[in-house]
Design a protein around this ligand. Structure first.
Ligand code: DOR
Ligand code: ZN
Length: 345
């Protein structure tokens, strides 16, 4: 197969940043995806509907009016029931993001004591607003490769059992344990999977030396985890859908004594998945994963337009502009087997 035409996909987990950085990266996503669930971990975090509305406007200015940013709120221990009601009524907010405080980039305003957000979760359950979860524990005693599993056992499983109608997206799952948890969970529980977790295992962090551009959170796991993720993504199960977690950081913030977590993949946000699905011999299942299952979960219409991918190798640039700084993209200087066709059809 040398051409692949798909219903236009959506990215159900994306970091767009703000200001000149937003203007530098937004076009990559808008070129490929119709919609994206936009993460709220700015500094300061997007915690109110008013902030989300203003951020949405800045995204539209950067990405063009054809792109549809689906906004989220950043859940804090202070998030009020009134704010949740306003979010549900806003028409622009599609989820509320739970960051355990300290788990990742700009998560310090996140949740320390889960019981403090029970009233907000109650409200989200009644008005159908999904909870989007960064699923890792933050105890420094927990081994970093076990934090997802520990989070399932200590936080997520009890939470899903307690709030029986809450819609939950377990974001960027990275382990076989998470795949099995989602497969066995009640209705209303789904997961996103990133391209790097489908294509790489943790050896990629240390291949010939330390590789900061492969460092993201949750960190890459073992080969058997990658295999489980690939099987889940390509298995036709509507609980698993596309979320790139493209998370740009300036080169100097990655190539540093204490480098930031995040892989930038928006420049090839659908092409990389095509590679992974081809590897599994399941290109026929890419459309469900990339363009249908997420929309069903969020209760949104399917996109009517299509994109075409060509089986044509191209070399990813060594870097892209990042509003004055540079970003080093996933596969920098290396080939990708699928290319977005810029001609219609
Ligand atoms: O690697 C990551 N980068 N994981 C996250 O959870 C946050 C993200 C970011 O915002 O840079
Ligand atoms: Zn993320």
């Amino acid at each position: 197969m040398n051409r692949l035409t798909l219903r236009r996909p959506d990215d159900w987990h994306l970091h767009l940043r703000d200001g000149p950085q937003l203007r530098a990266v937004a076009g990559f996503t808008a070129e490929r995806f119709t919609r994206a669930i936009v993460m709220p971990n700015l500094k300061p975090a997007i915690t109110t509907v008013a902030q989300a509305r203003a951020y949405r406007q800045r995204i539209l200015e950067a990405a063009g009016e054809n792109f549809q940013p689906l906004m989220t709120l950043y859940l804090t221990e202070q998030t009020s029931s009134a704010e949740i009601d306003a979010a549900a009524a806003s028409g622009i907010i599609h989820g509320v993001k739970l960051y355990p405080a300290g788990a990742t980039t700009h998560s310090d305003a996140g949740v320390r004591n889960i019981e403090k957000v029970y009233p907000a979760l109650e409200r989200m359950s009644s008005n159908g607003l999904p909870l989007l979860v960064h699923g890792e524990t933050v105890d420094p005693q927990d081994d970093i490769f076990d934090r997802e599993q520990r989070f399932i056992d200590t936080v997520l499983a009890p939470l899903i059992a307690r709030f029986t109608t809450l819609k939950v997206v377990f974001e960027h799952v990275t382990t076989r344990a998470a795949v099995e948890f989602v497969q066995g969970a009640r209705a209303g529980v789904a997961a996103t999977i990133t391209p790097q977790h489908l294509l790489l295992n943790r050896n990629a962090l240390f291949a010939g030396g330390l590789r900061p551009h492969h460092y993201c959170l949750p960190v890459l796991k073992r080969e058997q985890d990658r295999e489980a993720l690939l099987a889940a993504a390509t298995g036709g199960d509507a609980r698993f859908f596309l979320g790139t977690d493209s998370a740009p950081h300036a080169r100097q913030d990655k190539e540093s004594a204490c480098g930031c977590a995040g892989v930038f993949s928006a420049h090839a946000g659908i092409e990389l998945y095509a590679e992974a699905f081809e590897q599994a011999g399941r290109l026929d299942r890419l459309q469900g994963f990339a363009s249908e299952f997420g929309a069903h979960f969020y209760g949104l219409q399917l996109n009517e337009e299509h994109i075409t991918l060509l089986r044509e190798e191209w070399t990813v640039p060594a870097s892209y502009d990042f509003g004055g700084a540079q970003i080093v993209p996933f596969r920098a200087g290396e080939p990708i087997r699928w290319k977005l066709s810029r001609t219609a059809g």
